[in-house]
Design a protein around this ligand. Structure first.
Ligand SMILES: Cc1cc2nc3c(=O)[nH]c(=O)nc-3n(C[C@H](O)[C@H](O)[C@H](O)COP(=O)(O)OP(=O)(O)OC[C@H]3O[C@@H](n4cnc5c(N)ncnc54)[C@H](O)[C@@H]3O)c2cc1C
Length: 317
């Protein structure tokens, strides 16, 4: 199957979800072409030189030197027309949500967004506040998909080699009328949960706001970022940008250390892509343990102070 993966430029580097989209595409088809658009197109192509792809198409045109929905949609339309891929895939980012519906409308190709797995023309996505999985298929031979964050892992990228090929597009100002302002950046203080390698996440098991500083002490000792489940944010104990889950952020650190989190699906969907999950919960039947690599059954209010003390002793020795 011929697959086109549309890449996203993240200030000159390849967006993590584009790498995940390629990893997913590699599981679905043999001939995968990636498309890099904009001023950093060659840079993005270079970053994929060690990945098993048919080729990377690069599009450099002044009207799409930086992202705009009209321009990107028209570029992708022209590539679909020229290359006839059967699947067009991108990460389910804000940018994809902006331009991909336009591609779908221009090309009359169905768009199935936010897919978590795919097999033989069936695509699974979460519905009803992530409580159910729906399996969706399309009657069309050609389908556009976006993959949910962490649905696939970039650690599964198949290594290999690929060449890049500049692709000439025809664009004029009548086609590209949308203008894009500076990318929206949610106020996240100094917190970068998306790229954090170690995250300590606080759930309702923390019991009261006065207990939160000890988690910050632990985070300082371990060099970790802090996130939270929704009830902790709803209680006003933590800022909203720290919320992980279906209505918060999606994270994929090397270690996600959950403290007093039950493991509701709306939370799990935001952290299940973590490489390792370590959980402390006093309930041995807590659902979080089903997806945890390391499980500690106990009272976090007793364990955390002892952990901080042990780390301090080790540091001083
Ligand atoms: C539309 C919608 C969107 C949602 N979006 C999100 C979202 O983005 N993120 C999110 O997190 N939730 C979200 N939720 C809420 C979600 O359904 C759960 O209610 C929430 O995740 C539960 O948070 P929790 O695990 O911290 O709390 P609880 O479910 O109350 O779990 C607390 C856990 O702490 C344990 N515990 C208690 N005391 C201790 C102790 N002293 N030591 C150790 N363990 C202890 C308990 O055994 C329990 O397992 C959403 C819900 C809806 C309907």
């Amino acid at each position: 199957m011929d697959i086109l993966v549309v890449l996203e430029d993240n200030h000159g580097s390849l967006h993590r979800m584009s790498r995940e989209a390629i990893a997913g595409a590699q599981q679905l088809g043999e001939s995968i072409t990636a498309l890099a658009i904009g001023q950093h197109a060659s840079l993005l192509a270079d970053k994929l030189s060690g990945v098993d792809l048919a080729e990377v198409l690069t599009v450099s045109h002044e009207l799409v030197s930086s992202y705009n929905a009209d321009g990107y949609a028209e570029v992708v339309r022209q590539i679909i027309e020229a290359e006839s891929p059967q699947l067009i895939i991108a990460g389910h980012t804000y940018q994809t949500r902006d331009y991909m519906p336009r591609v779908s409308a221009k090309c009359d190709i169905p768009f199935i967004p936010d897919v978590i797995s795919a097999e033989d023309g069936s695509y699974v996505k979460l519905v009803l506040n992530s409580k159910l999985n729906a399996t969706v298929s399309a009657s069309s031979d050609t389908v556009i998909l976006s993959f949910q964050s962490a649905a696939y892992s970039d650690e599964d990228l198949v290594p290999g080699s690929c060449a890049s090929r500049p692709f000439e597009v025809n664009l004029d100002t009548a086609m590209v009328r949308s203008e894009t302002e500076e990318p929206f950046q949610e106020d996240a203080g100094d917190v970068d949960l998306e790229s954090a390698e170690l995250i300590i996440s606080i759930g309702r098991g923390i019991e009261k706001e006065e207990n939160i500083p000890m988690v910050f002490d632990l985070a300082n000792a371990l060099g970790a970022e802090i996130s939270a489940s929704r009830p902790v944010v709803d209680s006003g104990w933590m800022e909203s940008f720290r919320q992980v889950g279906s209505s918060g952020q999606t994270v994929a650190p090397k270690l996600y250390f959950s403290l007093g989190i039950s493991g509701a699906i709306q939370h799990v969907v935001g952290m299940k892509g973590s490489k390792n999950i370590l959980s402390i919960n006093k309930d041995p039947d807590a659902p979080i343990f089903e997806i945890s690599d390391y499980a500690v059954v106990g009272d976090l209010l007793e364990i955390i102070p002892k952990l901080i003390e042990a780390l301090q002793t080790e540091k001083n020795s």
